[in-house]
Design a protein around this ligand. Structure first.
Ligand SMILES: *Cc1c(COP(=O)(O)O)cnc(C)c1O
Length: 464
């Protein structure tokens, strides 16, 4: 029987278990779900680390030739196999023709970023002209804030969520300092309610409603790196703009994870990195979005020659003809080697589509949640049983493919035991107060997620 599009993940798991006449936690359910996974062949497009090559592995506990259980795609995506080919194409061109490579080939270096930007349209939901591929994420955040954050005596605050990613926090702090504004007053941070881990949309909207007149820019993450909470981007955008604020998003953990419609939602600006769910490799080429409604009104504060129209750029007459919109924000010529790795990854997204990826992700994440609840919920009869709690919201609309878990056992113990068995997860560094107890599991990443891997993950500590 075909699953209905409205079937909840837990219901799918139970339906398959009853078809197979086994318990929902039985590995056979996971095997069936992997079999039915329409994206399963996309695993072939990636290098998946082997157990034996992981530094912390204990080879007495695992089969050395097996694939690792990689749940860290939210931190660094795996390598698409075509990266090497595309890099070699450009290295060969460089070797054979030197500077002529600027003009010819599959990716003329001068327009290297532009040759692949169209592959990003569907991932962020924007027109090609609204997207720029340049720099690193935090650099782009700074460049966008320099243009969108124009404080006045009445409207001078930046609104953000609590426990924002440190780089974003520092970027905002330093932008305020640049304008000589007092941090305490100008950096408006929304915290969750007492005893809660995630933010309620009604609380966010209330702050915007009450304080919106003094807020210049709302800068939220699309999906919170620590809690895994997916914010209601259209609702925040609409509420902020109704109060006259600019509304921007850092999509580092949202891009390539959930479906985005930046243009239709009317988001003012956004930026993202490409090495997490977009699998473009460490330090990959980042992205920026400026809505077309601002193309002629919001100008870059800092300008370089790649913001100049291509048709006259090389006249070198020092008369700036600025490209409208985000591409006028490009300062330097594009790093072609970074374009190659991003190209390889974006082609896979184009084939698979975000819609299908999200569909799988909802089921896979729901399956993992089901299994965690099955094995590790509080049990009044057995108080010695380990307990695992999920911080991430359980509503599908409020999360992507990340689950943030807390353990009743000491985290370092859990973490070491996962690592030894080739389960790669990330834990936020202990330097952030209150963050050292959790582990982050990005279960669906770069199309490589497996139901059987989720099943293995939850069964590990069954042995003690
Ligand atoms: C990963 C991440 C960053 C990293 O910034 P870089 O400039 O790419 O080093 C910044 N902000 C958020 C929200 C992130 O998740």
């Amino acid at each position: 029987m075909e699953p209905s599009p409205f079937e909840l993940p837990a219901d799918t798991v139970q339906r398959i278990a009853s078809e197979l006449r086994c318990h929902p936690a039985d590995e056979r359910v996971a095997l069936r779900l992997d079999e039915e996974d329409e994206l399963r062949h996309f695993r072939e497009h990636f290098y998946i680390p082997k157990m034996q090559d992981l530094p912390p592995i204990d080879l007495s506990l695992v089969n050395k030739d097996e694939n690792a259980i990689y749940f860290m795609g939210n931190s660094l995506g795996l390598q698409p196999k075509m990266v090497k080919t595309y890099l070699e194409e450009e290295l060969d061109k460089w070797a054979k023709m030197g500077g002529y490579g600027h003009e010819v080939g599959k990716r003329p270096w001068i327009t290297g970023d532009e040759t692949i930007v169209g592959l990003m349209n569907d991932i962020v939901g924007a027109n090609e002209k609204e997207i720029g591929l340049m720099n690193g994420l935090t650099v782009n955040l700074h460049l966008l804030l320099l243009s969108f954050f124009k404080p006045t005596p009445k409207r001078y605050k930046i609104l953000l969520e609590a426990k924002a990613f440190p780089s974003d926090h520092y970027a905002i702090e330093s932008q305020l300092q640049l304008h000589g504004l007092p941090i305490e007053e100008s950096m408006r941070i929304i915290k969750p309610r007492e005893g809660e881990e995630t933010l309620r949309i009604e609380d966010i909207l209330e702050v915007i409603d009450k304080e919106g007149d003094s807020i210049a820019v709302i800068l939220f993450s699309g999906l919170h790196f620590y809690t895994g909470q997916l914010f209601n981007i259209p609702a925040i955008t609409k509420a902020g703009q109704a109060k006259g604020c600019f509304v921007g998003f850092d999509l580092a953990h949202a891009v390539g994870n959930v479906e985005l419609h930046l243009h239709d939602w009317g988001v003012d600006f956004a930026c993202w990195c490409s090495y997490k769910y977009l699998n473009a490799g460490a330090g990959g080429l980042a992205g920026a979005f400026i809505h077309e409604k601002h193309a002629y009104t919001v100008k870059p504060a800092l300008v370089g020659w790649f913001g100049h129209e291509l048709s006259t750029r090389f006249k070198m007459d020092n008369k700036l003809q600025l490209i409208p919109g985000v591409n006028g924000f490009r300062i330097s010529n594009p790093p072609i080697l970074l374009v190659c790795s991003l190209h390889a990854s974006l082609e896979i997204f184009r084939q698979a589509t975000m819609k299908a990826l999200r569909r799988k992700s909802i089921l896979l994440t729901g399956y993992l949640e089901y299994m965690i609840k099955h094995y590790y919920s509080k049990d009044k009869a057995d108080t010695r049983k380990p307990i695992v709690s999920i911080i991430t919201p359980s509503r599908i609309e409020e999360r992507g493919c990340q689950l943030t878990l807390t353990f009743s056992a000491p985290m370092t113990y859990v973490f070491q035991n996962l690592e030894k068995r080739g389960v790669v997860v990330s834990i936020p560094l202990a330097s952030l107060p209150g963050l050292s107890v959790a582990c982050i599991v990005g279960v669906n990443f770069g199309f490589c997620g497996l139901f059987t891997a989720a099943c293995y993950f939850t069964s590990i500590s069954q042995g003690g």
